[in-house]
Write a protein that binds this ligand. Structure first.
Ligand code: COA
Length: 171
């Protein structure tokens, strides 16, 4: 039986940490779908179409993967995609409690849906999309965390709002 996995997240934007999980999942499963959640509550910087587009470009070297956007319940989307497995990355012990809850809820909703946790590569454990955006907004270099395509997208998006000089504030 061919096993299809689904790797969900907001990916606002995709980082090298996400790319590492995708590459490893792609080598474990017959096919992997990166499922980019609309996540309106997180008020993403990039709209869904851009997040999907960036992920497609960044992951174009992997041939057994697809990237698509979704809105609504993850467990339902996994059923629609005919995925048997959810992939989640664990960065630290602190991720575990929430991830365990998420996995249990998804399995309660769809009993055949298993969650597989992959430990995030040590060099990426401290990365999050929010931190990357914050560093970029404040004029810091983010090229060690995200693909050059994403660096460019952040530059275009943040444009003149991007702070380039830091210094003391007179009070
Ligand atoms: N490398 C780098 N960063 C990583 C990472 C890795 N391996 N793994 C996680 N992260 C980062 C993410 O970028 C994210 O950063 P941010 O919060 O700054 O955006 C953070 O860690 C948290 O990641 P995650 O827990 O995956 O949150 P998310 O918002 O990316 O995804 C969903 C959460 C979309 C999977 C979840 O909200 C969901 O399932 N939504 C659909 C609605 C639903 O079904 N709800 C019921 C669930 S039971």
């Amino acid at each position: 039986m061919k096993v299809k996995a689904l790797y969900p997240g907001t990916f606002d934007p995709i980082t090298y940490g996400h790319g590492d999980i995708m590459a490893r999942a792609a080598s474990m499963f017959d096919s992997v779908v990166m499922a980019v959640a609309a996540s309106p509550a997180k008020q993403p910087l990039f709209n869904l179409e851009t997040r999907v587009g960036l992920a497609r470009q960044v992951l174009s070297h992997l041939d057994n993967i697809t990237v698509c956007g979704f809105d609504g319940l993850l467990a339902e989307f996994a059923v629609q995609c005919e995925a048997q497995v959810l992939v989640r990355g664990l960065r630290a012990v602190s991720d575990f409690e929430y991830e365990f809850q998420l996995a249990s809820m998804n399995r309660a909703l769809v009993p055949h849906l298993e969650t597989v946790f992959l430990p995030t590569a040590t060099r990426y454990t401290y990365i999050s999309s929010s931190l990357v955006k914050e560093v970029a907004k404040l004029g810091g270099q983010v090229d060690q965390f995200v693909d050059p395509i994403v660096v460019q997208a952040l530059r275009s998006k943040l444009g003149s709002g991007r702070k380039t000089v830091s210094g003391p504030i007179d009070v």
